[in-house]
Design a protein around this ligand. Structure first.
Ligand SMILES: Cc1cc2nc3c(=O)[nH]c(=O)nc-3n(C[C@H](O)[C@H](O)[C@H](O)COP(=O)(O)OP(=O)(O)OC[C@H]3O[C@@H](n4cnc5c(N)ncnc54)[C@H](O)[C@@H]3O)c2cc1C
Length: 327
């Protein structure tokens, strides 16, 4: 039985775990994939420019430094372990039911308090749902950012005009690819700085255009077939490497089953990161409150707050002091 169990080992969950350890609590982090969250799962090769102390750091490197820092504080992290359900154990706390995503083996873990830090969920990227999409290898189709080595010298088509798509297009071009973008809306929806950069690079984009099918031969993509609104004929864009960045489908059914209040696809928290269920806290991209930003730094900050709130719940000190954190 741990004092705190954290579901999700992204920036929010790992920071929460570090603060729990700094308050000498026993803590276990379970992650469905690799610790580091989106930093490793979605954009490992991208430079991050807004983490204090680094003008520029590659996402994979930042993730490994955060995980290493947590391990130095003796945080126990179990990877490839997806949490499926949570049950209350009377007044004592909670039992978490999880499974190993590689072996399928089931596990049970007890904890006095829970912190939910599942970010965008266990990364179930939204698919195009068109003919030819299934059965293609990572070398030819990805729902993450494109890998440099797979982009160089190839014809890359990026579907999606939000920040992920805009950053993928830039990364592929930087790696030496011939890039074309396809966006279903009549405009890009990402940050202006990303839009400006894509325009500066002169990357062509078909707006108002929806992908209809993928043409492939022996597991290799040949072309993307798309339809532009109002155009008489479908469009055929030759392609070797297809990058689909059209968001992730978040499934909060399990969280709702646990009795936690949600709004849209997020968990509602108060300013101390408490959910509607006593003893369960939440932080990072999965939470909502007025003025919420989905950023690394806010995820970490909320992780620290969730850990402090969990400490109050578990240890019930007469008052909260910060002094012991710095000792
Ligand atoms: C392309 C892209 C670029 C970005 N660039 C920047 C940037 O430059 N600067 C910036 O500040 N922010 C950036 N962000 C946003 C930033 O990455 C997120 O705000 C941050 O990762 C949120 O951290 P988190 O810990 O809440 O969630 P996540 O990073 O999503 O981590 C959640 C973790 O929970 C795990 N998990 C989910 N469900 C379960 C389950 N059932 N059981 C166990 N584990 C589970 C997942 O495997 C994952 O590891 C970017 C995002 C994207 C998509």
């Amino acid at each position: 039985m741990h004092e705190v169990l954290i579901i999700g080992g992204g920036p929010a969950g790992l920071t929460a775990a570090m603060y729990c350890r700094m308050r000498s609590m026993s803590v276990l982090v379970l992650d469905a994939g690799r610790s580091g969250g989106q930093l490793v799962s979605l954009y490992g090769e991208k430079p991050v420019h807004d983490w204090p102390g680094y003008h520029r750091i590659i996402a994979n490197e930042l993730a490994s430094q955060i995980a290493q820092h947590a391990r130095q504080l003796e945080v126990e992290i179990v990877e490839s372990r997806k949490v499926d359900d949570v049950q209350r154990l009377g007044a004592e706390g909670f039992e978490v039911l999880a499974h190993d995503v590689v072996t399928g083996e089931k596990h049970r873990h007890g904890a006095t308090a829970l912190i939910i830090a599942i970010g965008g969920g266990a990364f179930e990227p939204r698919k195009l749902r068109v003919d030819g999409e299934e059965g293609l290898s990572e070398d030819t189709l990805t729902y993450r950012m494109p890998e440099r080595s797979r982009s160089a010298g190839r014809r890359v088509v990026v579907v999606g005009g939000g920040d992920s798509g805009l950053e993928s297009a830039q990364a592929a071009r930087d790696a030496g690819a011939e890039v074309t973008m396809i966006q279903v809306l009549d405009r890009f929806t990402g940050m202006q700085s990303n839009i400006d950069e894509v325009n500066r690079m002169g990357i062509p984009c078909h707006l108002n255009t929806r992908v209809k099918a993928i043409e492939s031969e022996n597991g290799a993509i040949r072309a993307v077939i798309a339809q532009t609104k109002g155009a008489p004929e479908p469009l055929r864009v030759e392609c070797d490497y297809l990058v689909v960045n059209i968001g992730a489908a978040v499934n909060l059914d399990a969280v709702k089953r646990w009795g936690i209040e949600t709004r849209g696809n997020q968990i509602v928290v108060d300013p101390q990161m408490r959910t509607s269920v006593e003893g369960i806290f939440a932080c990072g991209d999965i939470v909502t409150y007025e003025g919420k930003y989905k950023l690394l730094i806010t995820a970490s900050s909320e992780g620290a707050m969730a850990a402090n709130a969990a400490y109050m719940w578990v240890r019930k000190p007469a008052r909260m002091t910060m002094g012991d954190l710095y000792s």
